[in-house]
Design a protein around this ligand. Structure first.
Ligand SMILES: NC(=O)C1=CN([C@@H]2O[C@H](COP(=O)(O)OP(=O)(O)OC[C@H]3O[C@@H](n4cnc5c(N)ncnc54)[C@H](O)[C@@H]3O)[C@@H](O)[C@H]2O)C=CC1
Ligand SMILES: CC(C)=CCC[C@@H](C)[C@H]1CC[C@H]2C3=C(CC[C@]12C)[C@@]1(C)CCC(=O)C[C@@H]1CC3
Length: 345
C-alpha cells in the first residue's frame, strides 16, 4: 500500500487570498515562513514564491490543486456584504463552503480556519460586550448575515477528531486598515456627496472597529493552537481591538484626518431606520424597471445607530490573544495609506 505523504505543517492555502483581509493574512504568513498557495476568483497582486490558483470555490476540481500538500487552510472568501444577491450568497457562502470542506477532506487537510463574522448574532438591536454563546440571529438583517450563519455552522460541525480534521471560526468585527475597499472609501464617498452631515441617534453608541493586523494575528493564533486536545476545536472566537469606541467618534476622526468636516446634526434613529426600510422596499418593488442602490440601507443604519461590541475574553484565554496594534495607531496607519482620498486630492 502506498504511504500517504504527510503535508508539512508550514504549508497552507488561503481561499479568498486576493481580498483585503486575505492579502494581509498571506503577507504575514509568508513573513513567518509559511509556504502559501492562494485560491481566489481573481488575482490582485504578486509576491515572490507565492502560487496563485484562479477559480471559483464552488468548483471542487478547481480547488483541489490549491489544497494539495497543505495541512492548513484559511477560508476567508465571501461576496461583498453590499451585494443584495441572495442566490450568490447562498451559492458561495453555503454550497461553496460545503465544497471547501469536502475538498479539504479529500486533500487530507488537517485544519480549517474560517473567517466568520461577529454579525452572525446581530439582529439590529444593541449588543454590549457580547460573548460567543449569544444565539445566532433568528432574524438576520440581510442575506450576507443569513449565509454567514449557515457557513459558520457547517464549518464548526465538520470538526472531527476521528477524521483528523479540526476546525475553528474567527468572528472579527468592523475590519479596517490599509487597502480596505469598504469602510474608508464608503465614508469618503458619502462625505464627498455632502451626505456626512448627520449623526444617527445621540451619537453615544459603542462599536468595535478592528485593525486588520489584529484580525490576522487572531487567525494565525487559532491555526497554531488547533490541536486534537485543544479546547478551541469546533468553536467560534471573537477577535476585536478590545477598545470599543463611539461609532460617530471613529467616523469623525477618520474624516477630519482626511480633511473633511465631522458630522454635527442629530437625526432620530427610528426616523432614519424607517426611511431606510421604505427606500429598500421601494428599490425591491421597482427592481424590474429601475435599479438603484440606496446609501442608507436598514443594515447600515442599524450598524451606525446601535451598540455592537463584543468580548474577546475567550480568545485571550484559549488563544493567548492580545491586540498587537492599538486603535489610535491603526487609524493613523489607515489614514496615511489613503492619500488619494484626502479632500482636494
Ligand atoms: N471586512 C469586514 O469588516 C469583515 C469581514 N468579514 C469576513 O472576512 C472575510 C474577508 O472579507 P474582506 O477581506 O473584507 O472581503 P474582500 O471582498 O476584500 O475579500 C473576499 C475575497 O473573496 C473572493 N471570492 C469571492 N467569491 C469567491 C468565489 N466564489 N471563489 C473564490 N474566491 C471568491 C473575492 O474575490 C475576494 O478576493 C469574509 O469572509 C467576510 O465575511 C467578517 C467581519 C467583518
Ligand atoms: C463596525 C462595523 C461593522 C462597520 C462595518 C463597515 C460598514 C458597514 C460601515 C463603513 C462606513 C459606514 C457608513 C455608514 C453605515 C456603516 C458603514 C457602511 C453610513 C451609511 C451610515 C449613515 C450615514 O450617515 C452615512 C454613513 C457612511 C459611512
Amino acid at each position: 500500500m502506498a504511504t500517504r505523504v504527510r503535508p508539512s505543517n508550514k504549508r497552507c492555502a488561503v481561499i479568498g487570498g486576493s481580498g483585503f483581509l486575505g492579502r494581509h493574512l498571506v503577507e504575514t504568513l509568508v513573513d513567518r515562513g509559511y509556504s502559501v498557495s492562494v485560491f481566489d476568483i481573481r488575482q490582485s497582486y504578486e509576491l515572490p514564491g507565492l502560487t496563485f490558483h484562479l477559480g471559483d470555490l464552488c468548483d471542487e476540481q478547481a480547488l483541489l490543486p490549491a489544497l494539495k500538500n497543505a495541512s492548513l487552510v484559511f477560508h476567508c472568501a465571501s461576496p461583498a456584504p453590499a451585494s443584495d444577491d441572495r442566490e450568490l450568497f447562498e451559492r458561495v457562502n453555503i454550497q461553496g463552503t460545503r465544497t471547501v470542506i469536502q475538498a479539504c477532506l479529500e486533500a487530507g487537510v488537517q485544519k480549517l480556519v474560517l473567517t466568520s463574522s461577529a454579525s452572525v448574532v446581530f439582529e439590529g438591536k444593541d449588543i454590549k460586550n457580547g460573548q460567543e454563546d449569544l444565539p445566532y440571529a433568528r432574524k438576520p438583517i440581510d442575506y450576507y448575515t443569513e449565509t454567514k450563519i449557515e457557513q459558520e455552522k457547517l464549518v464548526l460541525q465538520a470538526c472531527d477528531r476521528e477524521k483528523d480534521f479540526l476546525t475553528v471560526a474567527i468572528r472579527p468585527h468592523g475590519i479596517f486598515g490599509p487597502r480596505d475597499p469598504q469602510l474608508v472609501p464608503i465614508l469618503v464617498d458619502t462625505a464627498r456627496r455632502g451626505k456626512m452631515k448627520f449623526i444617527i441617534g445621540d451619537g453615544t453608541n459603542l462599536v468595535d472597529f478592528t485593525f486588520v493586523e489584529n484580525v490576522v494575528h487572531g487567525h494565525i493564533l487559532a491555526a497554531e493552537n488547533l490541536r486534537p486536545n485543544s479546547p478551541i476545536c469546533g468553536k467560534p472566537y471573537h477577535i476585536t481591538n478590545d477598545e470599543p469606541v463611539r461609532f460617530w467618534d471613529f467616523m469623525s476622526e477618520v474624516l477630519v484626518a482626511l480633511g473633511y468636516a465631522a458630522p454635527r446634526f442629530h437625526l432620530p434613529y427610528i426616523l432614519v431606520y424607517g426611511l431606510a426600510l421604505l427606500l429598500w422596499l421601494l428599490s425591491m418593488i421597482l427592481r424590474p424597471v429601475l435599479s438603484f442602490k440606496p446609501t442608507f440601507t436598514p443594515m447600515r443604519v442599524a450598524l451606525a445607530g446601535t451598540h455592537h461590541y463584543y468580548s474577546c475574553d475567550r480568545a485571550k484565554q484559549d488563544l493567548g490573544y492580545k491586540p498587537v496594534v492599538s486603535l489610535k495607531e491603526g487609524i493613523q496607519r489607515t489614514v496615511q495609506s489613503y492619500p488619494h482620498l484626502r479632500k482636494g486630492a
